[in-house]
Ligand binder design. Structure first.
Ligand SMILES: NC(=O)c1ccc[n+]([C@@H]2O[C@H](COP(=O)([O-])OP(=O)(O)OC[C@H]3O[C@@H](n4cnc5c(N)ncnc54)[C@H](OP(=O)(O)O)[C@@H]3O)[C@@H](O)[C@H]2O)c1
Length: 341
């Protein structure tokens, strides 16, 4: 039976700290009709990513905040249902920034075709998508690991961290992952083949991290901030590089100026150890790197050198709960909602 109703999740209220289910609202709408030059898309998979938390606040950042009542931002894998666009045919699978919804119209300019024969289409949201590209650029263009150096990354079982550690190993460096709990740590060493993994929930986490990095840390890929940064800072070697990718420990907090990241101590270490810290957003790098990324990481997946894990949850209505869980560390791998497979 052909569906008549589309569904979407909108921002219902701005969160105070940790988001609540009541900050989201599931709505039903009519399925839109494409005009000349447009395609109608049916969403199959929705990517849930930490950056979405920032969009929910009315705060100046690198991207505009969502307005109340607006559909939650998000990248999806979608199928072309109807096409009035010369470049797209019915049945094509595309990456599309539709947001948290079942159906969307597109003029075609922001779509990228995916070939299901090359890799499972969900990888376009994870290891071969935005998170993978973030790991690739941050590590290779800012971290620049040398053979024998020690590279540390937190959220190590997630899509960014898991690729950072594997690329570090391929570059001949020693990869140390930080993850929450013994199951994630075992995955990081056994499946992803990092050299060591440390549980940040352990009471003696700073001592365990120091023991796992006997030669100090040359590259710290910053995904988290907070208590993990405090443990890493004294272990950084002279001339260490810190690609500052994300600060997920702070996303539900009061924002800038909460004092948890030890600014005076950080500044002292930057000066005395000639550290390089550089923040970045994945789309700031030259287009050529994107082609290299797809080729190199695609080849690594094909020949088994690079592995990935996806955490797929069924149903658009489950997206708010799954998203809140991700900010608490309850996802295990790239978090994806199966909207309609
Ligand atoms: N700069 C950019 O362009 C860019 C692009 C993409 C992503 N990012 C950033 O990269 C980071 C990782 O993203 P991802 O997509 O790979 O997501 P992810 O690993 O799936 O992120 C969620 C994980 O973060 C960890 N976490 C959450 N709160 C934490 C806390 N308080 N302390 C320690 N760990 C905590 C949890 O893992 P554990 O259970 O293992 O602790 C959780 O499973 C995020 O900070 C994200 O914002 C930046």
């Amino acid at each position: 039976m052909t569906e008549k109703i589309a569904r979407q999740v909108v921002l219902a209220a701005r969160p105070h700290g940790r988001p609540q289910p009541s900050d989201f609202r599931l709505e039903e709408t009519a399925i839109p009709t494409p005009s000349a030059g447009q395609v109608l898309l049916k969403v199959r998979y929705l990517s849930l990513d930490p950056y979405m938390r920032g969009r929910m606040d009315d705060r100046k950042s690198y991207a505009k905040p969502l307005q109340l009542g607006e559909v939650m931002t998000g990248e999806t894998v979608a199928q072309v249902l109807t096409s009035h666009h010369p470049a797209y045919a019915e049945g094509d699978i595309v990456l599309a920034p539709t947001g948290w919804r079942t159906h969307a119209l597109s003029e075609g300019t922001t779509l990228r075709k995916l070939d299901p024969a090359v890799a499972p289409v969900t990888t376009g949201l994870g290891v071969l998508g935005m998170p993978g590209y973030t790991a690739y650029c941050g590590l290779n263009l800012i971290g620049k690991p040398e053979p024998g150096e020690t590279v540390v990354v937190a959220a190590a079982s997630g899509p960014v961290g898991s690729l950072v550690g594997q690329l570090a190993t391929i570059a001949g460096a020693r990869a140390v992952g930080i993850a929450g709990g013994s199951e994630k740590c075992a995955f990081v060493t056994d499946a992803l083949r990092f050299d060591a993994a440390v549980d940040h929930r352990a009471a003696d986490f700073p001592a365990q991290l120091a023991a796992a990095c006997p030669d100090g840390i040359d590259v710290y890929f910053e995904n988290v901030g907070g208590a993990i940064w405090r443990a890493v800072l004294p272990l950084l070697n002279k001339f260490a590089r810190v690609p500052v990718c994300g600060l997920i420990a702070q996303y539900n907090g009061p924002g800038k100026g909460d004092g948890i990241d030890q600014l005076p101590a950080t500044m002292h270490e930057i000066l005395s150890k000639s550290l390089t810290l550089r923040g970045f957003i994945y789309y700031e790098f030259a287009k050529q790197h994107y082609t290299d990324f797809l080729r190199e990481v695609g080849a690594g997946i094909a020949d088994g050198r690079i592995r990935y894990r996806e955490d797929i949850v069924d149903g658009l209505e489950k997206a708010p709960e799954a998203f809140i869980g991700m900010l608490d560390g309850r996802n295990f791998g790239k978090l994806i909602i199966r909207v309609d497979a």
